[in-house]
Design a protein around this ligand. Structure first.
Ligand SMILES: [Fe+2]
Ligand SMILES: [Fe+2]
Length: 474
């Protein structure tokens, strides 16, 4: 007999729910098998200074200590229930929030949960090899923290599938462990989660750009009329904040180090910068262009009847839905989307309900702009005349109105030939990847040491100094 509260910290009364116990007894060994195959390489014996959520109370949510990752206590937590909560938008607006799955929405709700759930193990798979080239113990610990929390997010979605979707849910939960990022036969569901994350610059870009898509999707699902989904997502968001912190500060520290080296040596030509063993700002810009554009695709088509349907049904809201001052029905409103007409990009007003993907994408872009401005500040403070820019929304897109068009970073509609001519200025080339990876051929494990291509962070984890032993290798 498993002691559930000890092994699986939870606030869903798992100890008394026999049906759920049986489902998890079956699934948990499969999850551990997946972790051992697809979790971080060679890491099973390491003791990692991790935080574990043991309750949703402020004192239980971040308990720090050394843990071997296969023994991490992946828990199931929902934000406490608010008995007065209602469905806040769509045609059921004003009803009490649903504590069970409405029969008519069963299959779309399951699809929404599976699509979110699939991203969680995918990113662990994408980041699997990076521990072997970490720039410091601090960074190694951070990537492992992100990985175990993505594992917990998978648990969170599997909990919903097991608890509310019966046999179909159990089958979906198994499929979540069967798909593989980048696999040709059985890939992960969404495009960006099948792209490789080949180096640490890509990892930080991913956690800045793509984990932030995760945040916005979770925020939209946190508005759901299906209360258990809402409460699950609210708790997941507390962890997502750390992932984006790792990404933003990671890129910022790389920029800082590059700027320091450029100033010390009075150089600005990218090849001179590379000769000093740091990453030139031009390459950082190309990585930014890539990760931003593949992440924009995750929001889906600009005009989408599915998105309208999710909203009208009360299943997926807008970003900060309850803070918005309108009717929360949207039957009259319109919203601008962009289209390519000839060689021009023009705005077209469509019913707001059908433009909800585009709207969530725009909310996301607003937050991205603020983050990029903070990176720019590092460059400006160093007195280096280089501008990091976000490419045009239509740049390098494969989904929605821009798919099939060639849009430059400044928003010109190009011929395929013109695009090809410039592609290696705008997106990382194989030479760029090779160079960045050449800097990361081994791992830095000395206490308090950092690789040459990245500046140390401002402070350590949980008030520990930078030379703390964040990972013990044994
Ligand atoms: Fe996640
Ligand atoms: Fe995340």
């Amino acid at each position: 007999m498993i002691d559930y509260t000890e092994k699986i910290p939870n606030n869903v009364d798992l100890g008394r729910d026999r049906v759920l116990q049986r489902a998890l007894e079956h699934w948990q060994p499969a999850f551990l098998g997946w972790w051992s195959d697809m979790g971080p390489n060679e890491s099973s014996k390491y003791e990692v200074y991790l935080r574990t959520a043991t309750s949703v109370e402020p004192d239980g949510w971040a308990q720090f200590g050394y843990v071997r990752m296969p023994e991490y206590r992946w828990g199931i937590f929902l934000q406490p229930r608010d008995e007065t909560r209602q469905v806040n938008f769509g045609r059921h607006k004003g009803q009490s929030a649903w504590q069970d799955v409405p029969g008519e929405y069963r299959s779309i709700l399951r699809r929404v949960i599976v699509t979110q759930g699939d991203t969680e193990p995918a990113s662990v798979e994408q980041q699997k090899a990076l521990g072997l080239s970490c720039p410091s113990l601090y960074d190694l610990r951070n990537i492992f923290q992100v990985n175990v929390e993505e594992g917990r997010h998978l648990w969170a979605m599997v909990y919903l599938l097991h608890r509310y979707f019966g046999r179909d849910g159990r089958e979906e939960a198994e499929s979540l462990l069967a798909r593989r990022s980048g696999d040709t036969d059985n890939p992960r569901i969404l495009g960006a989660f099948n792209e490789p994350t080949p180096d640490w610059l890509a990892f930080y870009m991913f956690t800045f750009f793509t984990d932030r898509d995760g945040k916005f999707q979770l925020c939209a699902l946190a508005e759901s009329g299906f209360d258990p989904l809402s409460r699950t997502c609210r708790f997941m968001l507390t962890e997502e904040a750390h992932h984006m912190f790792v990404g933003e500060t990671g890129v910022s520290r790389i920029i800082q180090r590059t700027c320091d080296v450029m100033k010390e040596n009075n150089i600005d030509d990218p090849s001179d910068v590379r000769a000093m063993g740091v990453i030139d700002l031009q390459t950082i810009q190309r990585y930014l262009n890539f990760h931003y554009s593949v992440t924009l695709d995750l929001y889906g088509s600009d005009v989408s009847s599915n998105a309208a349907n999710y909203y009208t049904s009360g299943l997926k809201g807008r970003f900060r839905e309850t803070k918005l001052a309108d009717d929360h029905i949207l039957s009259e409103a319109d919203y601008p989307v962009w289209e390519v007409v000839g060689d021009k990009i023009v705005a077209k007003h469509v019913p707001s309900l059908t433009a909800l993907n585009e709207r969530l994408r725009d909310d996301y872009i607003g937050e991205i702009e603020d983050g990029v401005a903070r990176w720019q500040k590092v460059i400006d403070t160093a007195g280096i005349p280089f501008r990091l820019t976000l490419p045009h929304k239509g740049f390098h897109r494969e989904i929605g109105n821009f798919a099939g068009h060639h849009i430059s970073p400044t928003g010109e509609v190009l011929t395929e030939e013109a695009w090809k001519h410039h592609e290696s200025e705008w997106l990382p080339s194989s030479t760029d990847y090779k160079y960045v990876q050449s800097l990361m051929s081994g791992r830095v494990t000395e206490l308090g040491k950092f690789a040459n291509w990245i500046a140390p962070p401002i402070r350590g984890i949980n008030n520990h100094p930078l030379n703390f032993e964040y990972v013990r290798f044994n």
